[in-house]
Design a protein around this ligand. Structure first.
Ligand SMILES: O=C1O[C@H](COP(=O)(O)O)[C@@H](O)[C@H](O)[C@H]1O
Length: 234
């Protein structure tokens, strides 16, 4: 049974402040406990205001490694690149921002390369912050031929390549993503969403658990730690 706590906000500034405050606290705790922090941030449109708030936190950024939860197989100067959005904000602060995508359009090869890169990191992540789509995908875990590998592949596997079927209209390209096992290995999970449509999809997915028809439900099914869900209502 998923233990989810919904925090709802009517004001974007308040929402972004609260999520950034929680993430800053998790990073600070990791730095105190281990001298370094590893965190995974989502891409897409949702995290922008939270990144802006988090960038103001007085943290030892040079000891913080940030990876994207997933990325699109595009050049880093492409507006669809998730790592570019993270790098633009956090590299100037001194953080280490590690890309997981390559420009190689063969998603299987790109997934292997991403996994190899992640195997070199000090695991587990202190935080995986997930976004979701209105279709119920999370990170780049989408319906399609790679769904089963992303959800049920070997536990040691940290990333896989994904060719969504159907391709999502907002970014119709192959991708790489953290696997379910990698996501659930995190010391903390958090979710930030905007809008009633995503909230409905997420509530349904949580209620359906392992029988959920959407990736976020399947990823979270059986997760036993509490998850904070920060929802900006619209
Ligand atoms: O494609 C993606 O979609 C999700 C949700 O994005 P949003 O634009 O609706 O916030 C995102 O979490 C993921 O990282 C991204 O690659």
């Amino acid at each position: 049974m998923i233990e989810a706590e919904f925090w709802d906000y009517e004001d974007e500034d308040e929402w972004a402040d609260a999520v950034a405050g929680d993430i800053g606290f998790i990073i600070e705790q990791a730095l105190d406990a281990r001298g370094q922090a590893l965190v995974a941030f989502p891409g897409g449109a949702t995290p922008g205001p939270i990144f802006a708030k988090l960038a103001k936190a007085k943290l030892k950024w040079k000891n913080v490694t940030i990876i994207p939860t997933d990325d699109r197989l595009v050049a880093v100067n492409d507006p669809l690149s998730n790592v570019a959005g993270i790098a633009k904000v956090f590299i100037p602060l001194g953080a280490r921002v590690l890309p997981i995508a390559t420009e190689n359009k063969d998603h299987k090869l790109a997934g292997n390369a991403a996994d190899a890169r992640l195997q070199e990191l000090h695991w587990p992540p202190d935080l995986v912050w997930l976004g979701i789509g209105t279709d119920g995908h999370t990170a780049s875990i989408f319906p399609g031929p790679d769904l089963d590998e992303a959800l049920n592949g070997p536990k040691a596997r940290r990333a896989v390549g994904v060719l969504p079927d159907p391709l999502p209209a907002e970014a119709p390209v192959p991708r790489v993503t953290l696997t379910r096992a990698a996501i659930l290995s995190a010391r903390t999970l958090t979710i930030a969403i905007k809008g009633a449509e995503k909230q409905k999809v997420l509530e349904r997915a949580i209620a359906d658990g392992p029988s959920s028809s959407v990736p976020i439900g399947r990823v979270l099914a059986d997760y036993e730690q509490p998850i904070d869900i920060h929802w900006l209502t619209d």
